[in-house]
Design a protein around this ligand. Structure first.
Ligand SMILES: Nc1ncnc2c1ncn2[C@@H]1O[C@H](COP(=O)(O)OP(=O)(O)OP(=O)(O)O)[C@@H](O)[C@H]1O
Ligand SMILES: [Mg+2]
Ligand SMILES: [Zn+2]
Length: 327
């Protein structure tokens, strides 16, 4: 898939930062270990000298094979001693090596296989994440987190028509959302958040978005009206379709305020296509709405609504408008 050059640059920068950090951390670890276990410094020095001696032996000629074998044995026994000292000092035996995020490519983004240079999956993931971030630039992503979500706003008195208090219901929803974010994967289930205005649907979906983005996944958060605007603009100007591709490709698509967009024929069918192709490829979707299922069916047809709700975990938000309570 093609990305803009700014996305390529952002992804390459991200991997570069990871690599530098892993290498700096390793240097810092080495210094601390040298201080605590001075023998490790001696051993590392001698091991590197072994390499030089081997090179000299080759140049000098004579009985090269036996000389090299001797050096190799010395080297191995020093390596062994080094590992033992590290382990008994409470360190990992590879404590001197950088701990790269991606073991396959050492955070370079590329690896060699059968003489070919290939793009690593971590680079592909960084490209998706950066492309999503570019699309999210105008979204209010950082303000709503799990930490700023409080259960104090919800009444503890049971709602007799449903048999549960708003407080208990929202406890369950909060717990579900936290665990959803924590265990997120590319094939996580979809969520349909329903409920009246001002009950925290946007807040919790942004909290999920924040956590999932931190894990390196590509997340797009968009309100249904702005999604429609973008799709129409793109359709009528026949732009490149990379934004649409990202809606289909991203790891998590969050569509807020479904039902508040202008719902012409075009928007209904476009929305259907996007939701449907994500569902077909098992890619998670979070949809928020303050409409009832009935109202949604009127706009989007029964088939559309039952398809979405059959494929998603439904969360029914309860309580009184928190926008009003907070004032
Ligand atoms: N449990 C909560 N703790 C703290 N703040 C909250 C909580 N729930 C909502 N808020 C805040 O109240 C305001 C309204 O919440 P939010 O936008 O999430 O409601 P909503 O359910 O998405 O409403 P709408 O259906 O109108 O979009 C926001 O500023 C949000 O941060
Ligand atoms: Mg909202
Ligand atoms: Zn990699």
């Amino acid at each position: 898939m093609g990305y803009s050059s700014s996305v390529y640059k952002a992804a390459a920068d991200r991997l570069f930062d990871r690599r530098i950090k892993a290498e700096r951390d390793a240097d810092r670890r080495r210094m601390a270990i040298y201080e605590k276990l001075p023998r490790t410094k001696e051993l590392e020095n001698q091991i590197s000298k072994c390499g030089i001696k081997a090179a000299r032996a080759v140049i000098k000629g004579g009985n090269v094979v036996s000389e090299i074998e001797k050096l190799r044995d010395q080297n191995l026994s020093m390596q062994k001693e080094l590992k033992e000292i590290l382990i008994s000092g409470g360190y990992d035996e590879n404590a001197f090596e950088p701990d790269y995020s991606c073991k396959k490519c050492g955070d370079t983004g590329y690896y060699e296989e059968n003489g070919k240079t290939l793009v690593c999956s971590c680079m592909k993931q960084a490209l998706i994440a950066c492309a999503c971030e570019e699309l999210n630039r105008t979204a209010p992503l950082t303000l709503s987190t799990f930490d700023t979500f409080s259960l104090d706003y919800y009444d503890k008195a049971e709602d007799t028509s449903i048999g549960i208090s708003p407080y208990n219901q929202m406890c369950k929803i909060l717990k579900y959302c936290k665990s959803y974010a924590e265990n997120f994967s590319k094939n996580s289930e979809s969520i349909l958040m329903k409920g009246a205005t001002g009950l925290g649907k946007t807040h919790l979906s942004l909290a999920i978005a924040n956590e999932v983005i931190k894990k390196g996944f590509g997340v797009i958060y968009v309100s249904a009206p702005s999604l429609m605007q973008r799709l129409e603009k793109q359709y009528f100007s026949r732009n490149d379709d990379s934004a649409i591709n990202m809606l289909l490709e991203c790891d998590l698509l969050i569509v807020d305020d479904l039902g508040t967009e202008f719902h012409g024929q075009f928007s209904v069918s476009q929305m259907y296509n996007i939701f449907n192709s994500r569902m077909l490829s098992n890619k998670p979707l979070i949809i928020n709405t303050n409409l009832t299922m009935r109202e949604l069916e009127k706009i989007y047809t029964e088939r559309f609504v039952s398809r979405i709700s059959g494929n998603a975990q439904k969360l029914d938000f309860l309580g009184n408008d928190i926008r009003v309570r907070k004032k």
